[in-house]
Design a protein around this ligand. Sequence first.
Ligand code: ZN
Length: 239
Amino acid sequence: MEKSSFELFLDLITFDQSLHETEKKLAAALAHLTQVKKVQEGIVTRHEAVRTHVHSLKKEVDVKEREMKELDSQEKSAKARLGGISNQKEYQALKDEALVLKKKQHDYEATLMTVWNAYEVAQKELQKHESEFEAQCTQAAQECAQQETIITECRQFLDAASHERRAKEQGVPEAWLVTYSRMKNSVKNPVVKLVGDSCSACFHSMTIHDAQTLKTQQLLQCKGCFRFMYDSAQENLPS
Ligand SMILES: [Zn+2]
């Protein structure tokens, strides 16, 4: 026996409801993926910051070492010039200059040590961070791959279902489809039964005119909640 429009319509609704789980799963996987990507970005940003810090300390160490060498060669050159001077005054001046340079070198050593220490500490931190970073990256990548697999599977399933759905729309009056598509995403139960003379979802009472109409047609939209109502007194209808 061929199915009535009403039965076909209920079939379509049941079919759509059977997709809800997959739709929910897809939405959850998409949200999870977005979250994991954000975490991934955070991991990379933090790692970059640690690396940049080490790099700038290394540069500072290099600069300080160059300056130290410069002081050293200045001192050596001053000392070397001492031998060729006979004038006592000039000799003393050059000797003072060499002493000042020596003192500068000495003072500078402390600064260099401080920078060196900071650099070494940062380098150790980076090494520790490096292994953590690898582990975090691997974990994030795995989570991304998991969610992407779920997303692909859900999309394939829903894509196939959309072809099936088009076939299920055949024989359902266009007006019902239009109304249904409007309420589909906001209402879980778009078709409800009539209890007494009221809608069983929102308890809105029907007018006498509506009650008469429902005797001659299978579905009527509730004026309270706009769901489809049917009279369960009719045969072969869900209760
Ligand atoms: Zn209602």
